[in-house]
Design a protein around this ligand. Sequence first.
Ligand SMILES: Nc1nc2c(ncn2[C@@H]2O[C@H](COP(=O)(O)OP(=O)(O)O)[C@@H](O)[C@H]2O)c(=O)[nH]1
Ligand SMILES: [Mg+2]
Length: 202
Amino acid sequence: MSEVKIVGDFQILSAEFVKSAVDLKDLPEERLPQIAFLGRSNVGKSSLLNALMGEKNLVKTSAIPGKTREINFFKVNGAFFLVDLPGVGYAKVSIKQRDLMADSIREYVEKAEDLRGVVYLVDIRHAGTAIDILTVEELRKTGVPVLIVASKRDKVNQSEFNKNKKVIQEKFGLAVPPITVSSVSKVGLSALWFELLNVIRE
Ligand SMILES: Nc1nc2c(ncn2[C@@H]2O[C@H](COP(=O)(O)OP(=O)(O)O)[C@@H](O)[C@H]2O)c(=O)[nH]1
Ligand SMILES: [Mg+2]
């Protein structure tokens, strides 16, 4: 596996699954910067991680909303971890703020010392549900930098795209419109890598 993959302008020399964790005791021992990916079940987190790493099946994806509770760590170029978190707000009867993120996610976000930022994915078609807004509010309270990214660009036409990008910008109080990506058409991956590397370098 010595082939170099290029995603956008970014060269992937290596991408490997390192481990699954269910709580803080299981974090990788290696002290490298971590960037985590969060969002509702089915928003496209795992697909985006595969697309970013130039992989097809390194990260397990599913059309069935996942019950998975594991936090999965992927090491890129031996230099940092991309982290796939369980989905938020899944199978909750009522929207209670404290319940949106599973305890394991909350604990990880609040306490993982190497966590540099969280990419929060929002489906461009829904442009930010109540659950998304409450979860991002909770995330921001922890002080971790949050980057809102709109997923599934290929699922909307140009006018929906323009409209929903603005809606997301307003709903989440962003200074600029969100980066929009598609794991199918691969748009936005270069822009997202640029942002991720800036966070990692800080
Ligand atoms: N059309 C389209 N489908 C996507 C995209 N990203 C993910 N999907 C599909 O959405 C479903 C959920 O994706 P997954 O990555 O498992 O979402 P996760 O639950 O957030 O990890 C799967 O059927 C994917 O094939 C995308 O950018 N475009
Ligand atoms: Mg997933």
